[in-house]
Design a protein around this ligand. Sequence first.
Ligand code: SF4
Length: 205
Amino acid sequence: MYWRLNRIQYPVYNLGPGVRIGIWVQGCSLGCKGCISQTLWTKRNGKNVNIAYLVNQIAEVQDCFDGITITGGEPFEQYEALIAFSAFIKKKTKLNIYVFSGFTLKELIEMYPDRLFMRYLDYLLDGRYMQEKHDNQNARGSTNQNLYRFIDGQPILQDELFSSSKWSLYISKEKQVFMTGIPKSTDLENITKELEKVGIKMRFL
Ligand code: SF4
């Protein structure tokens, strides 16, 4: 089975607990106003990745990481791939799985009554990004979003979020700059200014 992904990046320190492998899925139809990941909306970008191959690669390096964070894009719009990947990871590794979704938990339960995601995922940060409710804690996009932990297939609402004051930049061979983390409202402006100081002009795709 194949999964349409934008990129895989590691180590990631600011999207969930501990040191993580980040997976960005390609494709999202939710169209939140102010989304900073609009290049991930179309399914035309990205590439198909073989899930069995990816899981085997991750299993070989699992000792270096605490978990995997899946974001995007909208992970639940490729539900079968998400469940297959997560089930394989649970079978072959001890890594926890943290997923960012634009759907609310209530919507996901209605959309996927098999509730398999509640068995294979460890954390879910749910809900659309709402620009007018932008959160400045580096832990979630907006304050309407909630973090759940799944224990024995049941969702437990978490009081504490995994906040981080850090964000990081990754520059690809194609000279594209990717920001990892959840920015405060002024962060993108600051990143742009800092990069300009070293001669890199930002152009948001
Ligand atoms: S769900 Fe996420 S990726 Fe999709 S539009 Fe909203 S913020 Fe952007």
